[in-house]
Design a protein around this ligand. Structure first.
Ligand code: DX5
Ligand code: ZN
Length: 224
């Protein structure tokens, strides 16, 4: 199994003091930063765009994990690649419309930029629909809340989905190639269950940024 990665999501940070949130991450044991992009179409919320990512890039050398919760991910790839993304995940549900590009086109474009590619699935989307792309991607994002907001409750059925994906990855000998990221509602008290189910990238928003000491919270999660 790959090494555990903690990816704090700055969506849960105080945006009037974003620099402190970034510095907490820089000064902790985490190696990734999770950046949630929302367009108020794919999800009922708006977050921030590539210019903000570009500005944050000047203040951090962490791995920038861009999670696109947008209805037309293809059109946004170039700007987030230019802004300094090290990995980009898009939602499979956003590629189902006949007006958008098929997943393979997005995967190829992301991989051609020499960055990691992830495919995200919402809580009600089954793993089967992305199975055929597994050998071409670097990580699966299992959404353990409905995408759109930080601070929601972890959907416990996600554990079984992670186990199913972990079995598939290991059976197909993709263990060294494909990671499982779990995103939403992860706290210190349930992180171990998520890991034991087979996830190796844990996104944590409110648990980190609403805690008294974000650095300590990140480091504690990293030690689990
Ligand atoms: C939800 C986002 C998550 C979220 C995580 O749509 O994709 O990354 O910010 O925040 P918590 O950990 O508070 O659920
Ligand atoms: Zn996210």
């Amino acid at each position: 199994m790959k090494k555990l990665v903690i990816a704090p999501s700055i969506l849960a940070a105080d945006f009037s003091d974003l620099k402190s949130a970034i510095d907490h991450c820089n000064n902790s044991d985490c190696t990734w930063l999770h950046l949630d992009i929302m367009d108020q179409q794919f999800v009922p919320n708006l977050s921030f765009g590539p210019d903000v990512v570009k500005d944050i890039r000047k203040h951090s050398d962490l791995f920038f994990d861009v999670h696109l919760m947008v209805s037309n991910p293809f059109d946004m790839l170039d700007s987030f690649i230019d802004a300094g993304a090290d990995g980009i995940s898009f939602h499979i549900e956003a590629t189902e419309s006949r007006f958008t590009f098929p997943p393979k086109i997005l995967i190829n474009k992301i991989k051609r930029a020499n960055i990691l590619c992830g495919i995200a699935i919402k809580p009600k989307t089954g793993f089967k629909i992305i199975q055929k792309y597994m050998e071409f991607i670097d990580y699966v994002v299992v959404m353990s809340v409905e995408p759109g907001f930080a601070g929601q409750k972890f959907i416990s059925e996600s554990i079984d989905k992670i186990k199913e994906i972990r079995s598939f990855i290991d059976e197909k000998n993709l263990t060294d190639q494909v990671s499982i990221q779990c995103d939403g509602g992860i706290k210190l008290h349930n992180a171990k269950d998520v890991m034991n189910a087979g996830a190796n990238i844990l996104v944590a928003g409110s648990e980190v940024f609403q805690s008294e000491n974000p650095i300590d919270t990140i480091n504690k999660m990293n030690q689990l």
